[in-house]
Design a protein around this ligand. Sequence first.
Ligand SMILES: [Zn+2]
Ligand SMILES: [Zn+2]
Length: 267
Amino acid sequence: MSCAVCQKHWEYFLDVYNPNPHVVWIFGTIAYITIVAVIISGSFMFMDITGVPKRLRKYKLQPGTNEPLTWTQLKKLLKTAFVNLILVGIPALSVFHGITVALGRSVDLRTLPSLLEILYTIPIAMVSSETVFYYSHRMLHSKILYKTVHKKHHEWTAPVSLAAVYAHPVEHIVSNMAPFYAPVMLVRTHIITAWIWATIVLMGTLHDHSGYHLPYLWGTPDFHDFHHQKFNQCYGAIGILDWLHGTDVQFRRYKAKQRAALQDSDK
Ligand SMILES: [Zn+2]
Ligand SMILES: [Zn+2]
């Protein structure tokens, strides 16, 4: 059962604006993703550009890199982010949405999803998204695809938040958009569930690329940061498939060494 007050307000909104559901699914989702990405990456990159607040500098994973971020670097990031999020995002999402509708998904926006529906969708989304991300990312590390596609993303050996979408357009579709959209297609979620899922994905990837391991924040950015340093380790986002395929061995050794060094310094 969904929240009655939310449902009432939602129906009022739909009655007043009577939006075309396909337009909301495509343009609304792209607008939502872009706004959330700007807010989250903007917060991290404010620290990269200004060095403020100073007390958080100690949480930088690769100290001394991209501090401060230059105007040239920022311009390069913003240009690629705009191309990928908007110019690539709209046609790609139109295709994904078209396929899902052709497969029988209802585009009805009216009935909000129940809390239970949202709760069971998230773990399914995490597993299916990780599977698509891990294997597509590993494929991008094949000799030919690395040279022609993935090298652009790896220009950032010490990434900053918005570098999450600094990628060749093919990579943006295959390795950013497809892992986000796979569960939306699989579960045929309501748009609100899809937007909640998009928020979780963006929080994860923008933090993973931020270059900071801030306390009390979600995720373990060290894992993907290590991938940008070493290239052949930590292909996934969560890490289960890396553990299964043994592609996190160097990372686990590195963390064990770090822990041992910390224990020695405490003695
Ligand atoms: Zn990356
Ligand atoms: Zn990579």
